[in-house]
Design a protein around this ligand. Sequence first.
Ligand code: TRP
Length: 380
Amino acid sequence: MGKIILTGDRPTGRLHIGHYVGSLRRRVELQNSGEFDEIYVFIADAQALTDNIDNPEKVRQNVIEVALDYLSAGLDPAKTTIFIQSQIPELCELSFYYMDLVTVARLQRNPTVKQEMALRGFSDSSDGADNKKGTPVGFFTYPISQAADITAFKANIVPVGEDQEPMIEQTREIVRKFNSVYGEVLVEPEILLPENSACLRLPGTDGKAKMSKSLGNCIYLSDSSEEVWNKVKGMFTDPGHLQVSDPGKVEGNTVFTYLDAFCKPEHFEKFADKFIGKKVCFTFHNLDEVKAQYRAGGLGDMMIKNFLYAVLEDTLAPIRARRAEFEKDIPGVYRMLEEGCKKARAKAAQTLDEVRKAMKINYFDDKELIEQQAQSFGNR
Ligand code: TRP
């Protein structure tokens, strides 16, 4: 069995550095490792529409933004099949069959769906006493459609953030159920989480739990250098760290969380000048030394922000430069996506053939079936 990777993103906004450290960076590494037989990365526009049905223009606009983010982060269409979910109708058909394998109660227990429903103010109490919006069925069942996304490509490795763990678990259950009823056709996927705990969920620049467009606390991959600096300058640190000489807290200090996620050993030599203060010049060899100095007092927030800015730009500047190149040929980006969709569709269609056969709904391409039936009805 080959090693097949699949993952995707909802196109509800441009991708930010939380996406980058949470999954995008890893995808590029996996792609370039040469260890995988097939890699699929897709834009989940149909899933995005499950709670944006009245805003198709937003989804459409972000499809190209996300495609540009992918390419600029280093995904290479020669190695990775990049496609758009809605262009693969086979996924709808698979979802329809999988719906019979999942109970309403099981979907209601999915913690990510529960959380997202609360976040969106969806509620479905039948007493009619509330004025909340009802849950779209398509939204409620998106874990099933996600199982279709994964299994259509027989993906066995799904690199995603920890919030997607319940989706992968649900997919595994669907696969086991399908295979036990219809025979071994589908492949159980494994989740691949980010290896650095700071990357599991990068907080927003305001220190809030998650980067989110609505909170306005994101640093986008497509932000200009100036935007990045303004956001870093305004970042949440330790509110009790008033004077440079005061001891500071590192835990819960967003600047240090970002450093944990982005800082590499070579940055200490490269950006040592960021630590030259008015009176003192500190030389640090690693992040632990910086943290120790900050805890002890004597390291100002501006200094660590300067260092973080340099560290972030080390990653973001090349991404920004590549984006500028791809932006010059937008029709070329659409052609790349169209090619990806063609390839992806061929693979999904092959799996769907096997699924239909296993489910005994392949009436016309099964000569044996027709013969058997003819015999049982006494045809000669
Ligand atoms: N739910 C994922 C997200 O919100 C996107 C997604 C859809 C996905 N289908 C998938 C991710 C299949 C991995 C595999 O980011």
